[in-house]
Design a protein around this ligand. Structure first.
Ligand code: ZN
Length: 203
């Protein structure tokens, strides 16, 4: 029994020491410097490497909350203002589906694109395809919607898990990156504009 109590205390201390650091990351980061194209770097390469990084992080955040996003809690894929997200299949048909299905389609679609050498070449000097920018825009719209759904439907669970500093940082970084590189339409970001503004004010 005393051993167990000791173990529990140790675990609690470690968590308390870690948390303030994570929370401070939001205001410590210079997001603008992180998003701008570094001198001498090819624009397509910069977009590609950031797309991969954003996908990996958002995929992780989304899977951390996946147990709360089910066909019964979220029978319709939606975002702020109850905007419904329709999935367009390979035949151009619009499908109304549950949130877990929509985001599974979205993240699988992105993963497939990122591992396609013809779209996201990894070999030095390989050319990016025509239409690369349009595909990157599509990927960022799906990533934006993934975070928008978390804010709209799972913010309380994110708070309970202590994920909100990560979520806020990721969202602030993503929206600034998209604004800087003209990746999202204002009609897509509009429902979350008050949050975008509030997160920028904090910097
Ligand atoms: Zn959900």
């Amino acid at each position: 029994m005393p051993n167990k109590a000791k173990k529990k205390k140790k675990k609690k201390l470690a968590k308390t020491a870690y948390e303030p650091y994570v929370r401070h990351r939001i205001t410590d980061s210079d997001m603008l410097a992180l998003t701008a194209l570094p001198p001498g770097v090819d624009r397509a390469e910069w977009l590609a490497s950031n797309t991969v990084a954003f996908f990996k992080h958002i995929n992780l955040l989304s899977s951390a909350l996946s147990e709360f996003c089910t066909t019964s809690t979220c029978p319709t894929a939606c975002g702020p203002g109850n905007t419904i997200y329709f999935w367009t299949d390979e035949h151009g048909r619009k499908l109304k589906c549950s949130a877990p299905l929509y985001f599974d389609y979205a993240l699988s679609y992105i993963q497939e694109l990122l591992t396609d050498e013809d779209v996201f070449p990894t070999k030095a000097g390989a050319a990016f395809p025509t239409g690369f920018f349009l595909l990157v825009q599509k990927v960022f719209l799906l990533l934006f919607r993934t975070l928008a759904h978390i804010y709209w439907s799972h913010y309380n669970e994110a708070l309970a898990l202590g994920l909100h500093p990560h979520l806020n940082t990721m969202f602030a970084h993503l929206t600034l990156f998209c604004q800087h590189h003209a990746l999202l339409e204002s009609e897509d970001t509009e429902p979350l504009q008050p949050l975008i503004t509030a997160l920028r004010r904090q910097r």
